[in-house]
Design a binder for this molecule. Structure first.
Ligand code: G3I
Ligand code: 9MR
Length: 588
């Protein structure tokens, strides 16, 4: 009896002791000092945000506890969305490479961080390598995937034509082969609309920074084949996209999908029947745009990829022609489900307005062919609308392409390049205006409305837009603000998370990502950007705070804040890699 009581008592005592120790070990500085947990370029701006209600000094300390720099916190000009002012530690002038912590008397130490050239190179590589982990129809072997090796999932060589997709040559239930491609996100379906912007964004990284991209080595099965690895990875998806075009009429199926989302299982255990569903104007134009872009890029590799550039251009023009004849076939899943079985309830990617898809496809075809008939056919370029790119808003993607290729287009009859340039720079100026005033001194933090489903991609796409502005103007202020959003993603934000799995000290461990949930490996697959703060709670998981930039939880059921997706990783990959390529131009 005594013995039992004693054992119980010692057990309770040790548990209490362990949890008290664990609490002591969490330095409140790590929670209250928000900074890019990966690090800083020597010459770039370096800022940490401190959650405190009063002024203070701060110091930078080396690993040997030597003080390297002293400074004074400055109060933010504006409060955060919860109404609190923050305090800013600006140590931009300190530029000596090394590993440091930021110390604030009475608060504690930040996570350690690095000041170094190429400081983002590992996370930048990982952001692209993430796509290898998203591949359908191939086993991931230990050589490339390490402990995340897994069996092949979704061969997709026997895909059914859904009733909504039938055509003369392909009646309902015809079996087609549509292997490869990347899984969209936490789910295993493959959606053309979302593939479009994702593939474009990665290809744009190559178009903007070819010399840098050639140095990026990813350790994927194709590595060493004389093509840059980024292009190798992108081809995995592009070749799948090609199979989504109906050879009969050139229209493109909206998606390849199960009827319902899979359970949280590994890819090889997800064996529900797969369908291609109805063609849509949005999917067809997004396809036309990406194929036109791919054509001009792969034309540079005729020896490695004989015939591919021509096939892509042929596919693009056929898709364009289909869209001319079918200019307003919108994908409305509810309407489709009233007519056909099985009912399909996976991601919709429905878009009520395809003007911007026309602008994008016309722009890419124009850049690739230099024939302005595509632009005159639609008569809406340039419109004055400049919304940030997203899967449903793609006109800027076309403008980026025209502007990055402006020199080779100078002799065409298209005379609006100066106007496009002016509009894009005005858009970028608007993004950076007063960005130093908000509580985190980042571009994304300017507006509550940025905190939607996939808000981290808003940050990344703003960063990409600013890089485009830099490329056009060589004005370094745009790099400074692009970097502010990279700092945001990697920790200088309202939750203190670095939102990229595996990079930073406090990173998501439970993304809504089926392989990461089902593989029995503690660490999630690395290099994945989670959706990020969004107070909408569309997944019915309660977030700890509904303050827009704090509305986040690292919970694998919380798909409205903690899923991952190819269209979010792509602008992040663009931003991190573009800044690596331009690091020598950063200045504070
Ligand atoms: O844009 C409006 C904004 O103007 C408005 O103020 C705000 C208020 O809630 O809503 C914004 O729209 C949201 C939109 O995302 C923003 O892109 C919608 O509410 C929200 O429902 C919508 O969510 C989409 C989600 O699917 C549900 O349809 C996401 O964009 C989209 O990324 C996501 O995509 C899913 C696929 O369907 C399936 N695969 C996973 C993938 C990622 O979660
Ligand atoms: O896993 C699905 C995710 O990819 C989608 O973004 C999300 C919204 O469409 O839906 C997820 O699937 C959930 C479904 O909507 C409701 N039942 C639970 C599913 C898994 O959490």
């Amino acid at each position: 009896m005594f013995k039992k009581a004693f054992i119980l008592f010692s057990l309770i005592f040790s548990l209490l002791y362990i949890s008290a120790r664990a609490r002591d070990l969490i330095d409140s500085g790590e929670l209250k000092i928000r900074l890019n947990q990966v690090g800083f370029y020597p010459a770039a701006p370096k800022i940490a945000i401190v959650l405190t209600d009063k002024g203070n000094t701060f110091s930078l300390q080396t690993v040997n506890k030597k003080t390297a720099f002293n400074g004074v916190l400055k109060r933010s000009a504006q409060p955060d969305f919860a109404g609190n002012y923050t305090w800013i530690a600006n140590f931009s002038v300190y530029n000596k490479p090394g590993t440091y912590t930021l110390n604030i008397p009475g608060i504690g130490n930040s996570y350690p961080f690095i000041i170094s050239s190429s400081v983002h190179s590992k996370v930048a590589d990982a952001s692209i390598k993430a796509y290898y982990f998203m591949r359908a129809s191939i086993p991931l072997t230990e050589k490339y995937a390490g402990k995340w090796q897994r069996a092949e999932g979704h061969p997709d060589d026997k895909v059914l034509i859904h009733g909504s997709a039938e055509s003369a040559g392909r009646p309902e239930s015809t079996v087609i082969s549509s292997p490869g491609g990347w899984y969209d996100a936490g789910d295993y379906n493959k959606y053309i609309v979302n593939s479009g912007i994702s593939t474009y964004t990665l290809l744009s990284l190559y178009e903007d920074f070819p010399d840098y991209v050639k140095t990026v080595k990813l350790n994927i099965p194709e590595s060493g084949n004389q093509l840059p690895d980024l292009l190798n990875e992108t081809l995995w998806n592009l070749r799948w996209m090609i199979t989504m075009q109906d050879p009969g009429d050139g229209g493109v199926y909206h998606k390849l999908t199960n009827a319902e989302f899979d359970k949280m299982v590994m890819p090889d255990a997800a064996t529900a029947p797969r369908y291609v569903v109805q063609k849509s104007t949005a999917a067809t134009l997004d396809f036309a745009a990406v194929m036109a872009q791919a054509s001009r890029i792969f034309k540079q590799f005729p020896r490695q990829l004989p015939g591919l550039a021509d096939s892509c251009l042929g596919a693009s023009t056929k898709a364009w022609e289909w869209a001319q004849k079918n200019p307003n076939v919108l994908y409305n899943q509810t309407a489709m489900n009233q007519k056909f079985n099985p009912k399909v309830i996976t991601g919709e990617y429905g878009d009520g307005n395809v003007n911007d898809e026309f602008i994008w496809a016309a722009s890419e075809l124009f850049v690739t062919t230099k024939n302005d008939k595509y632009i005159t056919a639609i008569n809406i370029i340039p419109d004055d609308n400049m919304p940030l790119p997203s899967w449903s808003n793609v006109r800027l993607l076309g403008y980026y392409s025209i502007l990055r290729n402006r020199e080779i287009l100078a002799n065409t009859t298209f005379k609006d390049i100066p106007k496009l340039k002016q509009n894009l720079l005005a858009f970028a100026d608007d993004l950076v205006k007063d960005a130093d005033d908000n509580a985190y001194q980042t571009v994304i933090q300017k507006k509550k409305a940025n905190f939607i489903w996939g808000s981290n991609a808003v940050a990344a796409n703003e960063g990409m837009a600013l890089i485009q502005a830099y490329q056009l103007s060589h004005d370094k202020k745009y790099l400074k603000y692009a970097l502010s959003n990279l700092d945001y993603i990697l920790g200088r934000n309202g939750t203190g998370y670095s939102y990229v799995t595996g990079y930073g000290d406090k990173t998501p461990m439970h993304p809504h990502h089926r392989p990461s949930v089902a593989d029995n490996i503690v660490d999630p697959i690395p290099g994945l950007l989670v959706g990020g703060p969004n107070p909408g709670m569309q997944d019915h998981v309660r977030v700890p705070s509904t303050v827009p930039d704090e509305a986040y939880i690292d919970d694998d059921k919380a798909y409205a804040v903690n899923e991952i997706a190819i269209n979010w990783n792509a602008p992040f990959a663009y931003l991190a890699n573009a800044l690596e390529a331009l690091q020598n131009k950063t200045t504070n």
